[in-house]
Ligand binder design. Sequence first.
Ligand SMILES: [Zn+2]
Length: 403
Amino acid sequence: MSKYRRGSFQLMKSINRSIILNMIREQGPISRAEIAKQSSLTPPTVGNIVKELIASNFVIETTQGASQGGRKPTLLEINADNFYIIGIDVGRFKMNFVVTNLFGELKDQTSFEIKEHPDEAEILSTMKEGIYHLLSPAKNDPEKFIGIGVGMHGIVDVTHGISLFAPSFQLYNIPIKEVLEEEFKMIVKVENDARTMTLGESWFGNGNDADNMVGVNVGHGIGAGVMINGRLFHGEDSIAGEIGHVTIDLSGPKCSCGNYGCLQTLANGPAIGERAKKELKTGKKSKILELVDHDLEKIDGEIVYLAALEGDDFSIELLSQTGRYLGIGLVNLIHTLNPKRIIIGGGVSKAGDFLMTGLEETIQARGLTQKAKETSIVLAKLGENGSAIGACVLILEEFFVRQ
Ligand SMILES: [Zn+2]
């Protein structure tokens, strides 16, 4: 299948090309002279590289932009809509697929359900199904696509693109990169979903001014993407950032990992639902009871959030309590890594405003120094698509090298 742009990737093997391309992406419209000045490359070198970038359709000339009177200078800008990337976020119950252009702007989107207890073949065939759907000429021009990024929950071998362990499916060693590259003949990159969320926020969201930051993905599990000096940190065996399993309460609920009182047993989506059930069984009053027709089994995190939106005091306090638990997890992060910013994303972040008060109180109360207390905590800008858009950045990173 040579219809996809395999050659595009080869073109970017030159670091100077990638640096110039990124300069045009970040600063365009920009002149050749300005690029030469900032990159310390000679004007003829810049001229040659720009000629290649124009020939390959990555860059176009424009006369838009600053003019000091007289003839408008010819400037360069990214031909953003000429190239598309697919990003996939593999959650517990569904896969979210997005298509972005070179600016990370959303161009198309779909999602596919994942059935209960899927096996490896089912996971891979759902991925293929979603990708084929977006590549169908009726939806998008297949020739525009240059790569596929995958954000997978659990532990990922980034080098080989293998999902080493996906706890929600209890599956090991899924060879995602190998299978998708064979099928679609384009570059495929795989990374942990909290890390792709962090990458997305770093490029296009609330993290682009912070070289040291942590993105915390709060959904069915809790994971963190740790960015140090502008680069994602994986640790020795890709386990770095598994903050869902730091112990918050020695005598807390049992976690899926076998330990007790892990952060995610107290602050993830299911934990919010479980706590609500437990307390309502003791006879507490709440709007939740109406919302579920007094069937406590129907309660989940989402219901608690909906009740909070309707002003239910019980639910608001429960989410605030969740924020305090999350806050303890974040204080541990602050004292371990001292990030400039922590960005909260994932499904539970929808309830961000209800979580924030408890969370900030905890950091105020427990931060070691004034600076620690002042660590910026914000909600993710890219929202529910954060991990999928961040998965697209895995491919963008191959083309645009930030200096
Ligand atoms: Zn655990």
